[in-house]
Design a protein around this ligand. Structure first.
Ligand code: SF4
Length: 413
């Protein structure tokens, strides 16, 4: 299993699989065939169906700027290997000089057909199941965080500090920003209004939920606007972990050092899902994105609260279990509805999951995190294609603008 650094990628939203992955692919292709005089990029499956809303064509054009580029949205070809498939062709003097079949597998990662994955630090962890990691820690009498640092090198902590800085920047910028999020939905930003409204709350529970919601909205609205965010584990789910960590920092004065450790714990959870299942909405629905993010945030919060290893594992398990079956159905293909609000709901749920793990028992529970990850993967494979980032089903199909939606509400408050 690779370094947890690969879980967190700092970059522009709105989608790790539809913007970061394709950018990565065409950048590599261009570097390899820099003498080509034309590039033809064919987007298939989910990339073709929701690529416009996810800015896939925009990022490809930006990356290949100055080159003769043609982009084809192929909505008919059946992508049997991976739902996010791209065909990259390079031409010189009208003759094809190369073709790559590339899969954007989620979290900004890509695989190129026929080429060995050239991943940095791909063999960092020899244990690839949470249960086995727990066993190892218990037998050797070490903490989970010490296990992670014993496997990673000295670059991890500075990298996680950069990640934390980028997450906080996204929150700060998102809480300041106003106006309409780019795209045809005409959706107004809400983070600032929600944040301001919590100040007058006397009910502690409502205030907590509003704070968490405002942080999650801030990051998710930055993501939907193409701002800089961190995949955790994806762009669509990027608001959950920062919201929980920032809440802990502000409310409980948790040190940066402890938050860096919490990011490491969350990263291990995300890494296990990437290894044993998928974090791609196009492959397994939103349970793979938001469900994984909720698990990561629940484990991080449990660590911050000094819960036991068994309770950290249980928190991650609860975080995922209650997202099982969650479909991906973004309206008009934008990472806005249901995505932004869903990040807020899951941030609240992550803290509840961690506290539930603490309250129910001492971590002795019937369903393990590994089992729920396997279940999520199988459930994802069973989900119809229309519920896996194609915008052909669910809310995307049933969408009717609510006549009570007041687009001026943000301005008035
Ligand atoms: S519905 Fe979930 S998986 Fe789909 S784009 Fe939105 S956040 Fe990502």
């Amino acid at each position: 299993m690779e370094s947890i650094k690969n879980v967190y990628k700092i970059g522009n939203g709105p989608s790790s699989s539809h913007t970061m992955g394709p950018k990565n692919a065409v950048q590599k292709f261009k570097e390899t065939y820099s003498d080509a005089d034309q590039y033809i990029i064919t987007l298939c499956g989910s990339l073709a169906l929701t690529g416009k809303g996810h800015l896939t064509d925009w990022i490809i054009k930006q990356t290949l700027k100055g080159s003769n580029t043609k982009i084809i949205f192929d909505k008919k070809t059946n992508c049997s290997y991976h739902p996010n498939t791209m065909i990259l062709e390079a031409y010189k003097n009208e003759k094809k000089i190369s073709e790559w079949e590339v899969y954007s597998i989620g979290g900004g990662d890509i695989e190129i057909k026929g080429k060995r994955a050239n991943k940095v630090n791909s063999d960092v962890y020899d244990i690839e199941k949470m249960t086995d990691i727990q066993d190892y820690c218990n037998k050797n009498n070490i903490e989970l965080i010490d296990y992670i640092y014993s496997k990673e090198d000295e670059t991890l902590k500075p990298y996680l500090q950069d990640v934390w800085n980028a997450m906080q920047n996204a929150i700060h910028e998102g809480l300041e920003a106003e106006g309409i999020i780019p795209g045809k939905l005409g959706l107004h930003r809400k983070a600032k209004r929600i944040y301001n409204s919590q100040k007058s709350m006397v009910n502690e529970e409502i205030r907590r939920n509003k704070l968490l919601t405002s942080y999650a909205y801030a990051v998710s609205e930055q993501n939907a606007s193409g701002g800089i965010i961190v995949t955790a584990p994806t762009c669509g789910s990027c608001g959950i972990l920062p919201a929980v960590l920032y809440y802990a920092k502000i409310e409980y004065h948790v040190s940066d050092e402890k938050i860096i450790n919490a990011l490491a714990i969350a990263g291990l959870i995300g890494n296990l899902v990437k290894k044993n299942a998928s974090v791609s909405g196009a492959e397994c629905g939103c349970q793979a994105e938001v469900g994984t993010a909720c698990s990561m945030a629940a484990a991080a919060y449990a660590y911050i609260m000094d819960y036991s290893l068994a309770q950290i594992e249980e928190a991650a398990e609860i975080g995922m279990e209650h997202h099982l079956g969650l479909t991906c159905d973004p309206i008009l293909g934008y990472v806005q509805i249901p995505c932004i609000e869903r990040n807020a709901v899951s941030a609240i749920r992550a803290i509840d999951a961690a506290n539930l793990a603490f309250l129910i028992d001492d971590g002795a529970h019937m369903i393990s995190f590994d089992t729920v990850v396997d279940t999520m993967y199988q459930t994802g494979k069973d989900l119809g294609e229309h519920y896996r980032e194609t915008s052909k089903g669910g809310l995307a199909k049933k969408y009717v603008r609510n006549k009570f939606y007041n687009p001026n509400l943000s301005e008035e408050n």
